[in-house]
Design a protein around this ligand. Structure first.
Ligand code: AMP
Ligand code: GLY
Length: 427
């Protein structure tokens, strides 16, 4: 069968890599893909938000299954678009419709959803420009620090953790009145600050049945010891030692089951991934956020630990047959280190030639911001490659990933040398 993956990052390369291992797979297409997906699939020069072109490619290449990587096409309704076209009714898709994607696309929607269906989350209230005065007064009555979240998609930048009342009130005004995050901050969720350890849990669901995929911890800050600016993600590890059996049982009972019940009660037919960002607060899971897709770079450590045929699982997800699908996870440790362009997450250069990675032996290379320039592979984004090491021990997996990150060479390259070390101390 033929598969089309939408997206161009390390996550999409990892999807292609894992799907290519399936005996059911004939051809993989990626739109638009990168230099890594070009080695194992056919890249199509189509943007992932261009639904008409995507539909044309699906028909031209006899695509049976579409796997949506990023959130934007989901929130914009790629599934709804396919459902609206009779000539695409035979095409299967992994990824929720726009209503399901609201779990990620609107923080206000997702908070109301959590409260309505009893999913543990931080106490919050939502304000708009018209209720700015109430918002400022609300802030004055809260404990510090306090969290302000732009309601809509803001490419991971829409969250402010204010340490003082003045900072909180200024931020709220900037978000609501000066449209600091554009339309995304026309509503702002003000949320209690939760202390604890963060981890992410991934659920694959057909709307009724579900499989809980391996959990992961990511490293969001650019600097070592979690300092500096937020990024898309500088590395990830799986498993996470503080995701004990007891804690994961609480996640399943208190978070996963009520979330699925809520989706059903709202009449949302959800076929896809739910990425649940959690805080382990005094041993209890609290939901920080939902995403309607897999994480990047979390996918680069989650998929290498899934032993079952991913394509079979994805087909079962799309068809509503997940209950029967076989699903096993390896006990091995996976660690990924992301090499980024100098300057990222600020301004960075593109077009630098990448060498050295051909000699990497002990790790899997997932391309992210790369493209082909003739025969050369050049940088084409902030996050350039994710290097995943897998081993029986966390220590060895870290070493493999780090050695590979060292081996990738281009001008201005940077990577964090402490990925997984905090977890190693914990375990
Ligand atoms: P989000 O975009 O919702 O993932 O938020 C970005 C980051 O802000 C999270 O990964 C947390 O580290 C932090 N954060 C968000 N909400 C809270 C909260 N209620 N309490 C503490 N930290 C939070
Ligand atoms: N690594 C975080 C995300 O994919 O949202």
């Amino acid at each position: 069968m033929n598969i089309l993956i939408l997206g161009s990052g390390g996550r999409e390369h990892a999807f292609a890599w894992k799907i290519a291992q399936s005996p059911l797979c004939s051809n993989i297409f990626v739109a638009p893909g990168n230099a890594g997906t070009a080695q194992i699939a056919n890249n199509l020069p189509i943007g992932y938000n261009d639904f008409e072109q995507i539909a044309a490619a699906v028909l031209a290449h006899h695509i049976d299954l579409v796997v949506v990587g990023p959130e934007e096409p989901l929130v914009k309704g790629v599934r709804d678009y396919f459902a609206s076209r009779a000539d695409l009714s035979h095409v299967l898709m992994v990824g929720p419709d726009s209503k399901g994607a609201m779990l990620e696309g609107s923080k206000d929607f997702s908070k109301n959803f959590m409260v309505k269906y009893g999913v543990p989350t931080a106490k919050s209230q939502t304000f708009t420009k018209d209720t700015l005065a109430e918002g400022l007064a609300y802030l004055a009555a809260q404990k510090l620090p306090i969290v302000l979240k732009a309601d809509g998609l803001a490419a991971g930048k829409g969250v402010i953790i204010a340490q003082t009342l003045e900072e909180a009130q200024t931020s709220l005004t900037e978000m609501l009145v000066d449209a600091k995050f554009g339309d995304a901050s026309s509503k702002v969720v003000i949320e209690e600050f939760l202390t604890g350890i963060e981890l992410s849990v991934f659920v694959l669901t057909d709307g009724v049945s579900y499989k809980i995929l391996p959990e992961a911890k990511d490293y969001k800050r650019i600097g070592e010891a979690d300092t500096g600016l937020n990024t898309g993600g500088m590395g990830a590890v799986s498993p996470v030692p503080f995701a004990t059996e007891k804690f994961m049982h609480l996640v399943e009972e208190n978070v996963v089951k009520p979330t699925l019940k809520g989706l059903q009660a709202e009449g949302i037919k959800y076929n896809g991934f739910i990425f649940i960002g959690l805080m382990n607060h005094e041993g209890e899971p609290y939901v920080i956020e939902y995403n309607a897709r897999m994480g990047d770079p979390e996918t680069e450590v989650v998929l290498p630990r899934i032993e079952s045929d991913l394509l079979t699982l994805l087909l079962a997800t799309a068809k509503g047959e997940l209950e029967q699908a076989e699903f096993t996870v390896s006990k091995q440790h996976a660690v990924t280190t992301v090499v980024v362009a100098g300057g990222y997450p600020g301004d960075y250069r593109k077009g630098d030639v990448i060498v050295g990675y051909e000699a990497i032996e002990d790790a899997t290379i997932f391309h992210a911001g790369t493209k082909l320039d003739g025969d050369l592979v050049v940088t084409n984004g902030g996050r350039v490659m994710a290097l995943t090491g897998v081993s029986n021990t966390l220590e060895r997996a870290i070493q493999k990933s780090q050695k590979a990150a060292q081996g990738v060479l281009f001008d201005g390259k940077y990577y964090r040398k402490d990925i997984g070390l905090d977890v190693l101390r914990y375990s």
